[in-house]
Design a protein around this ligand. Sequence first.
Ligand SMILES: *Cc1c(COP(=O)(O)O)cnc(C)c1O
Length: 468
Amino acid sequence: MKYYDKLVFELSQKGRVGFSLPVNKFPGSPKLPVQVRRASALPLPEVSEPDVVRHYTNLSQMNFGVDTGFYPLGSCTMKYNPKINEEIAALPGFGGLHPLMDDAQVPAAQKVLSDMNQFLSAITGMHAFTFAPCAGAHGELTGLMIMRQYHISRGDFGRTKVIVPDSAHGTNPASAAVAGLEVVEVKSLENGRIDVEALKPLLDSSVAGIMMTNPNTLGLFETQIKTIAELVHGVGGLLYYDGANMNPLMGVVRPGDMGFDIMHLNLHKTFSTPHGGGGPGSGPVGVAKHLVNCLPQIKVSGFHGNFGVILRAYAYILMLGKENLQKVGQYSVLSANYIKESLKDLYKLPIEGVCKHEFVFDGLINDGAHDDVHGATTLDVAKRLLDYGFHAPTIYFPLLFHQALMIEPTETESKETIDAFIEVMRKIAAEAAQDPTLLQSAPHNTVISRPDETTAARNPILKYQDTL
Ligand SMILES: *Cc1c(COP(=O)(O)O)cnc(C)c1O
């Protein structure tokens, strides 16, 4: 343990201070009433200013973020967040706005919202957006409420079911359940796409709609999307598009043109706002023309949602312009395919062919001992990557493969960074073949190695255990 791995509490020395306050010139001034005063002093650490600075700097370095290194977390689009966005979001004319100000007092903010409505509509092929939802899942819930409202407004009360593919992001069935709809799963084919034949018997007048993403969570384009749209519309259902990860499509294909009626975007993924750690996010919901009247009348969040996030996305879109937004799509697809092709001799690629912005391996081909018990698993590969300074890809999702390793490099990484990642993945595969224990005991270079993951998730200890 390095000296400064000690926490600020452990460095405390009685009487040491890191600040100086002016002498109280009014000693006789009234004190707070006894009943609201502390009975005893807080057990605050007594340390110098450099100790405090080092404490927080060290804590920040125990974590990993996009500003630390490559972060290929599939289905999450952890890309570079231009720092100019932060400056723009902090401009006093925006940062200082109060949500209760009159519309007439905030013409610039109004313009941002109306421009964004146009930009996002042009990018997605939707007719109009609401910016109230504050996350992707929040957008899904809002979108499903819009879907229900649409059916109810037409006097069609029997639509209780939502069809969700087995490869869907976990928030999809969860949002449908929260919206009071029954979730019906549709299976994927061997090639990772929706089984249209399995979809047909599920379709009747009880179907409110289907939730899909295209490319799906395997990074594969649903080539049958037109047929699926016709089938679902044919029984009076609507198509909901999960657009959390729009990068591969931008400037290339539009969900509106594929037949989708409602969708959300994650501005905090596709449009460059930093995310992770719970927000703030923005999940604007767009609808086709025939649903504009069903956009939320009562608010699903306070005011216009997280305006600072919308502003960052606005800056990002203006900065790139139409031509470069298209390159976002093209580069994200190129990067993913480059990694896939460079590693598929060592990692199992269950579905061959061109992927979009992400793809899924099913563990190592040569896993060391050729079985899941003694050999190196996907978890071991992910842990070992941390030793080499890369964040792990998404693991064990989607649930279609036992050893899923879901890689999304994004469009913002250089070829050199991607090559370095490929080299390390190849090195780890070689290590697994020679000595799987090296992987099974990884990571070796991080602050903590392998916590009990269930306890860490269910019963986390998030603050210093006070022993003073
Ligand atoms: C991230 C993600 C979501 C959920 O977004 P949140 O902002 O985390 O609620 C939904 N669908 C997909 C495909 C995603 O990647």
